[in-house]
Design a protein around this ligand. Sequence first.
Ligand SMILES: [Zn+2]
Length: 408
Amino acid sequence: MSKLRKINQDNLREHNLSVVMSTLLSSAVPLSRADIAKSTGLTKAAMSLLSDILLKNEVIRQLKPSTESTYGRPSTPLQFNPRRWAGIGLQINTDGYGYTVLDLAGGAVRTEWISEPLIEVTPEEIFEKLDRMVRPVERDMKQMGYTLCGAGLALPGLVEGNKRLLIAKNLGWTNVDLTQFGVVRRLDAKADNEANLAAQAQISGYAAHSISDEMPLDSSSSFIYISTDIGIGGAFVRDGQVIFGDHDFGGELGHVSVDWRGPKCPCGRHGCLEMYAGRRALVEAAGIATGEEAAKTDSINRLLDAWREGEPKAVLAIDQGLSAMVSVLSSAVNILDIDTIVLGGFWSRFDDALAHLLERRIQSQVLGRESMRIRVLMPTVADHPSLAGAAATGLRQLIDHPLRFLTV
Ligand SMILES: [Zn+2]
């Protein structure tokens, strides 16, 4: 009986620590113990005990007491400690690979990305490169006094159970057991589809303290994230939670067909969105390049230049891609009843006018248009968002399971 009671008390303490950290994460300003107690319903005594644990473990720090307080007494604001706890994100994509280390206070401690088209590269080769890249970073982080709480791994395909890549057509990889790679085992990296992680990166205060007025999406937001590259992926977020689906395979917007007589997609279907609005498809349709050349990131820069200069073939290709995007996103809105769309990947590099055009055209096609307003937002985290999301996944381990890391 006493053992059972102890377990319950530990569970309760773990839960309460998690609640306190989540409250701090979702606040734009530092909070005092009284503020946190008030918004969580914790007693002052419990709050004092929990903040002592977090202070002792250097999760938070105390700022100078402020003389202005709603209670008439000076209050001491608490803030996340910036240089102690971190998560690491890894990514392998069709356009390169890299890592980023994100700390609890929201700072990117270190990041590196190697841009190269990954075509006809074996998983063994690229995981070996990633391992060599990350190993010295792990050592340095330790020397700097950081604890890495966890790791995420973003991949451009279907990931099963966080440890198996079922298929990544654009890399040419199928059925890869990720636990065979040293870097995945060493960091216990939790693999996920890149779009799910990119969507997670847009949610302010998910794991790192990154709240600002410029982040319109928070832990209560619902949105559709579309990730555009050679392939097109997506993620659905409801009330701040990514909806993974029963097999973790949800959100595949790129393989929604807009024409069953259209060109054959590598997935086997015809007329999929990525055959019209994917990076390589657009470059080829605009006559910029073909084959492997079309897959290079430089080719999309050339397409964007041609489009801005009004080159007719480029304008037509983008227009067709836009129509396909409107069709698929309108269908997604009709299915999910979510009115906010975040345009991720290279499509966010077009100008705001294009986003507004997309917004207006989707608005005109959704069934509930009379009583809903579609918003198309550019991503707040636009630069390698999947990497940031992967690092946040690692860091989230501390928030979800504080007693694995903290001394009480
Ligand atoms: Zn397809």
